[in-house]
Design a binder for this molecule. Structure first.
Ligand SMILES: [Zn+2]
Length: 82
């Protein structure tokens, strides 16, 4: 993989980690970089209306988000459950 492509993918993953990925009770949050599911939760916020925010850290040693210590935000929404 080209270094530039890697930089783009990493930049997008960091953006996604900051903006928040979807959280599902069954599969948890998915790492936006390596795609690992059920990324370990480090902080769980209280429900605010229909949404709950969590912060995760990817435990995959080969994952850049893990290597740079980037926290992944996730958003659980009651509406999204249907
Ligand atoms: Zn990861």
């Amino acid at each position: 993989m080209e270094t530039q492509d890697m930089a783009k993918i990493l930049a997008l993953a960091v953006q996604a980690a900051e903006a928040g990925v979807d959280y599902f009770p069954t599969t948890g949050a998915r790492c936006p970089f390596c795609g690992r599911r059920k990324v370990p939760v480090c902080t769980t916020r209280h429900w605010e209306g229909q949404t709950r925010i969590r912060y995760h850290k990817c435990g995959n040693p080969g994952c850049y988000l893990n290597q740079i210590g980037k926290t992944i935000k996730s958003v659980e929404s009651l509406e999204a459950r249907g």
